[in-house]
Design a protein around this ligand. Structure first.
Ligand SMILES: Nc1nc2c(ncn2[C@@H]2O[C@H](COP(=O)(O)OP(=O)(O)O)[C@@H](O)[C@H]2O)c(=O)[nH]1
Ligand SMILES: [Mg+2]
Length: 285
């Protein structure tokens, strides 16, 4: 059975020079609304799908070496701690922070707290959570918490919502428990749509979903498996195909690799452009 297309179905280049071009595009990004200094990206999704690894992988690319800021932080709390944290990214070339942060609400994916997930995410989307906000694991968000921002302005709000889904398990996401997760993801997506926040899907674990891609990552846009998995993602969440970005996160490697970086950077560049479009649109109101 032929498992690959003869050509890329999505035009894409893995040329050696591409990584530098993409890094420069991200590095030179100018937020077009002067009110906003830093674009805010919120990642969410079921447990174990690669959210922390995605953030760590981006950090690694800009540090020029493996890094695990998001993971280290995620493990530092007690088991029921849910803390809001925005990861900054230092650019090894300039020594400065890049003009974006990525947040991941730690611990929210636990089934015990799943009920709180949707409300907490909605509040995060609207920019009510300052860094270091601790959730009460059982009750509603405490508005008297010093890290609760009761009057968020555009710079505090989320500018792009990223749903992370795993390529290898997306087809299995039919059983009841997972169906529940998908319903929640859809509910959050609807809220983001109401707020006109752009949304993308980052599809991780592509190496586990296709043996050809596991052998050579640059086969990604020739793989029939991967295309099918991406279509399943769009069907599940209703995000269009051109907003689905397949990536492989760093998980076992100890050195950076061009092909891994190019896919991640391409996803990041698009996410940042959508976020920038959003803050620009808000400036015109
Ligand atoms: N093969 C593979 N494993 C991955 C990938 N992304 C993450 N992982 C692994 O999947 C597990 C869960 O990842 P993690 O980032 O902790 O997921 P989170 O719970 O969503 O934050 C870890 O063991 C990672 O090393 C990927 O793209 N491919
Ligand atoms: Mg995590």
């Amino acid at each position: 059975m032929v498992v690959v297309f003869p050509e890329n179905w999505r035009p894409f280049s893995f040329d050696a020079s591409r990584k530098q071009e993409l890094i420069d595009e991200v590095r030179n990004l100018k937020v077009t609304n002067p009110e906003v200094q830093c674009l805010r990206i919120l990642v969410h999704g079921p447990v174990g799908v690669g959210k922390s690894s995605f953030i760590n992988s981006i950090e690694s690319i800009f540090r020029g070496r493996m890094a695990q800021g998001a993971l280290a932080d995620a493990m530092s709390g007690t088991s029921f701690t849910k803390k809001f944290h925005s990861q900054k990214f230092r650019d090894v070339k300039t020594g400065k922070f890049l003009p974006f942060v990525i947040s991941d609400i730690m611990g929210l994916e636990n089934t015990a707290t799943a009920g709180a997930h949707v409300d907490d995410l909605m509040i995060a989307l609207e920019g009510h959570l300052k860094d270091g906000f601790f959730f009460n694991p059982v009750g509603p968000v405490q508005k008297e918490n010093p890290n609760y921002n009761s009057c968020p302005t555009l710079p505090d709000k989320v500018h792009c919502l990223v749903s992370i889904l795993p390529a290898d398990k997306i087809a299995m996401m039919e059983n009841e428990q997972v169906q529940d997760v998908i319903c929640k993801l859809r509910e959050i997506r609807q809220k983001a749509t109401d707020l006109r926040i752009p949304q993308v899907i980052v599809m991780t674990m592509v190496d586990k979903a296709c043996p050809e891609v596991q052998k050579k990552l640059n086969m990604i846009y020739r793989s029939k498996n991967i295309k099918r998995k991406m279509q399943e993602c769009t069907n599940k969440l209703g995000v269009p195909m051109n907003c689905v970005f397949p990536v492989k996160n760093y998980h076992e490697e100890i050195e950076l690799q061009n092909d891994i970086d190019i896919l991640l950077l391409s996803a990041l560049k698009n996410i940042l452009n959508f976020a920038n479009d959003h803050v620009e649109e808000k400036a015109n109101y």
